[in-house]
Design a protein around this ligand. Sequence first.
Ligand code: 5AD
Ligand code: SF4
Length: 415
Amino acid sequence: MGCPYFVLMKKVFIQTYGCQMNEADSEEMFNHLSARGAVMTDKLEEADVVLVNTCTVREHAEHKAVSFLGRLCKWKREDPSRVIIFAGCAAERLGKKLQKRYPYLDILSGAKSIDNFAHIVDESGLFSAAGSPAPVKSPVLAYATIMRGCDFACTYCIVPAVRGPVRCLPCEDILADVRRKAAAGAKEITLLGQTVNAYKDGAVTFADLLNRVGEVEGIERVRFTSPHPIYFTPDFLRAVKDNPKIARHVHLPVQSGSTKVLKEMKRGYTREIFLEKTDALHACGFNISTDIIVGFPTETEADFEQTLSLVDRAGFMAAYCFKYSPREGTPAARMTLLSQNILEERLDILLNKVRGLSDNAYLAQVGTVQAVLMETPNKGRTSGNLWVQTEKEYPIGSVINATIEKSEGTLLFAR
Ligand code: 5AD
Ligand code: SF4
């Protein structure tokens, strides 16, 4: 029988799939477990609890998470008192079906239940009562979720179904979160949301929020991801253009270069409008990366050519390219698929085109002076999100003015 005065700390191993939003959600879920006496481990063998936070945006992502769950069967059999928590977007989509297939799964917590996670954990009776979370020294980089969910209905996308409609956090709560993280050592904050620049809290706009986060003591740089093109208005750019703390990089998914396909995807903009936005962002000094989907069901050769020419025209610093993956329940999943051969061929062509983009963005910095936020003693990133290695060592978290002397692939060198 266990001694009541001796409480063993549960060790949690976290496996996160998917986007930065999921990384932030994993951190939040861990904080609840930590308040219930858990500590983190990076070794699965010595863990008492595994938290799998999942993604379902493409079939492949979901498959990876579910097969990891399958592999945990053996881990659980070795010691049945071990606990498996399966959370996030794939958990939301697959729901109870999973519990049937994997009866050794202890806690299922879908993406819509993130605000309810503490309650779900308590209901399970597998953790002790909540105290205060163990104080953790925040790293130099920290995330702050500012909104959850999405009000768009892009026809290929499962996110609105698994994350629900937009809920914006109150501005004061976000600022309190940022102050806490800054007090613990964070210098750079990334604001997160599925359509992050749609943020609104009463009269507080997204641009207001960015400026206010930049005013928090200790914060040197503010990033955000992922924005939607339609919310980059001239008002937004006017409000942020003179604030050097707002990082000069945006990840702005375009998805297709064809106005016809964009309409069928229900993206809410044309090729021309997208290019107006990127031109305006470039004029304010922003580097732009993007996401592109190839092989949407209605995409013709001519549409695909339009995507290739948009890449030539838009001046992206990087592009992440995906083969279209039908997601059950979305409007596009009812359309006739293109053949896998076509998808693969188009992906290949596009990957060849985008391969040199980053190298060019890096090369363009040689000879300039860049503010670099040091993440290790001799490595950090520019405001435009490019990596710099320095010859001298600097305190982690400091911002230095570095003269860029040369570029090798995706690394800049400074004295
Ligand atoms: N198939 C392929 N890619 C997709 N994405 C979202 N849904 C799908 C899908 N059904 C891509 C988009 C998005 C990124 C996170 O994933 O490019 O920006
Ligand atoms: Fe999905 Fe479109 Fe919402 Fe992005 S904006 S999460 S692609 S529905």
